[in-house]
Ligand binder design. Structure first.
Ligand code: AGP
Length: 588
């Protein structure tokens, strides 16, 4: 996914757009660029690499209108020429999404004499605009969009228009008012410093925006109005704390996220949700990455609460091999961003097959909320680090409450208590350092556990690999002897999670099997007797505060988020912007 920003106002556009792009870098950071418009002329700078590489090139960029882009490369390498904006004749554009039919369009245009500079799909948009333009800008936009297939959030400059044009089809665009004008952006953080309120463009909308006027039209070019809502600045005010990375700040926000999600839940959970779940024949969780991993925990929580057949499926698989559902089925789509293409598509398919669609998301105005029958908010606040941490915690909190309906007060009280423990744990995170050092000095790291601990092991392996680039994987502890044990030696670390008294004895067997083959073991446990038994025999023991097994994932997951963060820093990585990744994958 990429990030787009546009501004039309009474201030210099270049610096305002630059600042917005810095806040959107979590959406992609392969290259960046800005074009401003002044006196009918474009001023453009674009570079491969991070947004900060533009900082020294802004002073000559005139104009109070402009567009900007920070890229996660899909078509064409991360290079200056492939960076957006893309220009052709009287138009400059930035794009987030995928133009699926760009190749035939590009061939037709090249046939007609168009010269393409980049290998991107997006560049065709600028060329089509210029080729169909006859003085009617919005008509050219409509003609251009009618030729495209795929998804797009576009910000467009035309030399004959003082403002900018924004278009949304399958990729998010917000329009915000403030700072002496109007903004368009992929996400609120880009405008939170300067904007007072915002609205969300609906699919197909086209916005013609000038310094003091914003006209929005539907895909059929009928004037429409979209509700402007206040920007909740506190959600986006990144505390001036001593956190050197968003990832650490966001892990330390786990506790606040649990409390905020508990607080908001009652407002969202009504409307027959409990009846739907109690009467369901199937409850299917669908998500990707961490959102799928939290769904594994949800499946366990729901299995004890509802009679339905309960499953968690990976969205990219479900979209091609969807589970059978009926109109009594409930599908719960889990997505921090609410924009993940695989999750959106799987949710659409299952809804079309008759299921009732619930969205559990951290982004209230996202695409998933527009197709869901019911939205349950995760109240983590804007999550900037590419690695999901507090949103995972908020998803867990939401699932706990959903599994405790209709009377969830007791569960809420338990969650608030475990939030206090999580807050203390995150403050004392140096205990993670020892295990992080072991990870960095190992050839590979395996996370193992049984039951709910196995679910945490899956998430912990993803966290470590995605921010530190250390090979890590997860296994149910019982599976070790069925193959993976062959990989164990003194250069391999096994992080064993034991937080369930009922399964502790069995998990201890796995520890013995590893030790007897000279494997390194780090133990993460809430059980003092287990800690006592292995202290001195294993390379590290992290004894977490004692909490009931069904709540222990809040603490073990947070501990291993801290380990992943520390390992990334020790390995010299940028934990907020890991290579090759983006915060939300809005393409297949
Ligand atoms: C997790 O740390 C990763 N950032 C990634 O796996 C992510 O969870 C996945 O892409 C799903 O994103 P979503 O929750 O926004 O749908």
């Amino acid at each position: 996914m990429c990030g787009i920003v546009a501004y039309a106002g009474d201030k210099r556009a270049a610096e305002i757009i630059y600042s917005g792009l810095e806040k959107l870098e979590y959406r992609g950071y392969d290259s960046a660029g800005i074009t401003t418009l002044s006196g009918g002329e474009f001023y453009t700078v674009k570079r491969s690499g991070r947004v900060c590489r533009l900082s020294k090139c802004l002073e000559d960029m005139r104009g109070a209108t402009g567009i900007g882009h920070t890229r996660w490369a899909t078509h064409g390498e991360a290079s200056d020429v492939n960076a957006h904006p893309h220009l052709c004749g009287r138009f400059a554009i930035v794009h987030n999404g995928i133009i699926e039919n760009y190749a035939p369009l590009k061939a037709q245009l090249a046939e007609a004499g168009h010269i393409f500079l980049s290998q991107t799909d997006s560049e065709v948009v600028a060329h089509i605009l210029d080729s169909v333009y006859d003085g009617d800008i919005i008509g050219a936009v409509k003609k251009t969009c009618s030729r495209l297939k795929g998804c797009w959030a576009l910000a467009i400059l035309c030399k004959d228009f003082k403002g900018f044009i924004a278009v949304s089809r399958g990729s998010p665009v917000i329009i915000a008012r403030g700072n002496g004008g109007f903004f368009a952006a992929s996400d609120i953080p880009a405008v939170a410093d300067g904007a007072d309120n915002y609205c969300v463009l609906q699919d197909g909308d086209v916005a013609m925006v000038e310094r003091d006027e914003c006209k929005i039209y539907s895909a059929e070019l009928k004037p429409v109005s979209r509700e402007f809502m206040p920007v909740e600045r506190e959600q986006y005010a990144w505390l001036g704390d001593d956190c050197s990375h968003h990832m650490l700040r966001e892990i330390r926000s786990n506790a606040r996220t649990i409390r905020a999600t508990c607080q908001k839940f009652p407002l969202a959970a009504g409307g027959g949700l409990y009846e739907r779940l109690r009467g369901a024949d199937k409850i299917i969780f669908v998500g990707c990455g961490t959102a799928y991993n939290s769904a594994l925990a949800a499946k366990r929580l729901f299995s004890g609460a509802y009679d339905a057949f309960i499953e968690a499926v990976i969205a990219s698989e479900a979209r091609y091999n969807p589970p059978a559902v009926t109109d009594r089925s409930v599908v719960i789509a889990v997505s921090q961003s609410g924009e993940t293409a695989d999750t959106l598509k799987a949710a659409e398919i299952l809804k079309e097959a008759g299921a009732y669609l619930v969205a559990v998301t951290n982004t209230g105005y996202s695409a998933i909320t527009r197709i869901a029958d019911k939205v349950l908010p995760v109240c983590a606040g804007s999550e900037i680090c590419v690695a999901a941490t507090k949103s995972y915690t908020g998803q867990l909190a939401c699932f706990h409450l959903m599994s405790a309906l209709p009377d969830y007060a007791r569960r809420k009280a338990e969650l608030l208590k475990v939030a206090d423990e999580a807050e203390k744990l995150a403050a004392d995170e140096l205990l993670s350092l020892r295990i992080a050092e072991l990870c960095v000095s190992s050839r590979a790291v395996f996370f193992i556990g049984r039951g709910g601990d196995a679910d945490v092991a899956t998430e912990a392996a993803l966290k470590l690999k995605e921010v530190s680039y250390i090979f890590s994987d997860d296994y149910p502890a019982g599976e070790l002897k069925h193959g993976t044990l062959a990989l164990i030696d003194e250069d391999v670390l096994s992080v064993v999670i034991i937080c369930d008294e009922c399964l502790a004895e069995k998990s201890k067997n796995a520890v013995e099997q590893i030790l007897s083959r000279k494997g390194k073991v780090a133990l993460v446990t809430t059980i003092k007797s287990v800690s006592d038994e292995f202290s001195g025999r294993v390379s590290a023991v992290w004894l977490l505060p004692p909490v009931p097994a069904h709540l222990s994932h809040f603490l073990s997951a947070e501990a291993l988020q801290l380990v992943a963060y520390r390992a990334a820093v020790l390995a010299g990585r940028d934990p907020d912007k890991p290579r090759n990744l983006a915060k939300s994958v809005t393409v297949e």
